[in-house]
Design a protein around this ligand. Structure first.
Ligand code: NZQ
Ligand code: ZN
Length: 381
């Protein structure tokens, strides 16, 4: 196991009716920038529920944060927060609103605009951020990461801000999600677990068993969720699984990967594919092309997570790949870029970008630009 220092300060407030706790979490006298997306929270009544709990606070609403939040929108929100002298950011929404809000929280005090913060890996003082989560998927409610898009240049990159000080997780807030959004959320949580698990064995039994437990739970609830995501107990499992997928409890002392995410971000930036769906179009090809590096862990996952038994190692690898593709299809998602009808120009531009950057990615930087090209080509076959 590698040395590590772990601290996750986010207070989770979980369960139906948890919104009642919100005013205890935000300092009295705060001036709140309340950030939200394209209006789903207004339609489903969550906005009113939040506002009704915040009597006595001055609130500046900032709506219109798009999925895969754009740096230009974030710059406008930063300007509003500065002009209004806001002292607290409250994000009500999914990963996009929360990520944007992390950038806003840092941008208010930063001597540069949002995209410069992203591209220079800027770290600086942040306003405190609280969240009310409406999409279980990204784990953004309990991690310091943010993924920011630039519509003008068709780019999408990660940055690191601060953890939210608290996150309110009411599973009933997810009932109005579409089935496709739920499928993409499950896919994202599944993929986050794999990015921290599917590397090589023998690093940490604790991490392996925790990741395998989470994967087993996700596989168990997925069909129930796809059928009906308004069953409270199942929605609880979904919400907490997604949070655990990326609050970095699974990354202690182990190597991580994130190759599939880096590829998926390009697919979203260039072709607008929803985040979770983009990952599923790439995962099987990553597993096939990176097989020499991942083989032992794929076998471990096949046996422990997908319950494959009685087969030799080679057959277990193939059965595991088939099980992963079957799972992706059970969510109603495509398991390759070809199946997702991605244009060949998009694939070519992805390949060009990774060659131009020249940086190896993935576990122990094992994915060279040439291997990344093979992955993209495999996914288009
Ligand atoms: O904008 P509104 O109108 O609110 O609609 C949203 C949006 O269209 C809708 N929605 C949200 N809550 C709803 C709802 N519809 C009905 N009922 C509700 N309760 O759902 C749509 C998707 O929302 P979005 O926030 O974009 O989804 P998600 O949570 O999947 O976030 C995706 C973003 O997070 C980034 C992704 O790259 C992407 O930009 N990620 C962030 C990570 C992190 N911070 O750690 C890690 C992830 O790997 C991921 O990259
Ligand atoms: Zn993700």
């Amino acid at each position: 196991m590698k040395n590590f220092i772990f601290c996750n300060p986010t207070k989770l407030i979980f369960g139906q009716g948890s919104i009642k706790e919100i005013s205890k979490q935000i300092p009295q006298g705060s001036k709140i920038l309340l950030t939200y997306g394209g209006g789903s929270i207004i339609k489903n009544g969550i906005y009113d529920q939040v506002i009704s709990q915040l009597t006595g606070y001055e609130i500046i609403p900032f709506g219109g944060i798009e999925s895969n939040p754009d740096a230009a929108t974030i710059d406008r929100a930063i300007a509003t927060a500065r002009d209004e002298k806001c002292t607290f950011i409250l994000a009500v929404g999914g990963g996009s609103v929360i990520d944007a809000s992390k950038a806003i929280a840092m941008g208010v005090k930063a001597p540069m605009n949002c995209w410069e913060m992203v591209t220079t890996y800027y770290r600086g003082e942040c306003l405190p951020l609280g969240t009310v989560l409406t999409v279980p998927a990204t784990g953004s409610e309990m991690n310091p990461g943010a993924v920011i898009s630039n519509r003008a240049t068709q780019e999408k990159f990660s940055m690191v801000g601060e953890h939210p000080v608290f996150s309110i997780l009411d599973p009933t807030y997810t009932y109005t999600l579409s089935q496709h959004q739920v499928a993409c959320g499950i896919a994202d949580a599944f993929m986050h677990t794999l990015e921290q698990y599917l590397t090589f064995p023998g690093q940490s039994g604790v991490m392996d068993r925790m990741a395998e437990g989470l994967l087993l739970n996700i596989l168990e609830i997925a069909p129930r969720l796809i059928q009906d995501h308004t069953d409270y107990d199942t929605a609880c499992e979904y919400m907490l699984s997604a949070t655990f997928g990326l609050n970095y409890f699974l990354a202690m002392g182990v190597e991580e990967d994130w190759l599939t995410h880096r590829l998926g971000h390009e697919l979203t930036a260039l072709a607008g594919v929803t985040h979770g769906a983009s990952l599923m179009m790439l995962l099987p090809s990553v597993m096939r092309v990176m097989l020499p590096e991942k083989r032992d862990k794929i076998i471990q996952m096949g046996r422990r997570v997908f319950g494959i038994s009685g087969l030799d190692n080679d057959a277990t690898v193939q059965a595991t790949l088939q099980a992963v593709e079957k799972f992706i299809h059970s969510l109603g998602l495509a398991s390759s870029m070809k199946e997702g009808q991605i244009a060949s120009e998009v694939a070519e531009e992805m390949i060009r970008r990774f060659h131009q950057r020249g940086t190896p990615l993935g576990t122990l930087e094992s994915a060279t630009p040439d291997k990344i090209q093979l992955i993209i080509e495999d996914s288009m076959k």
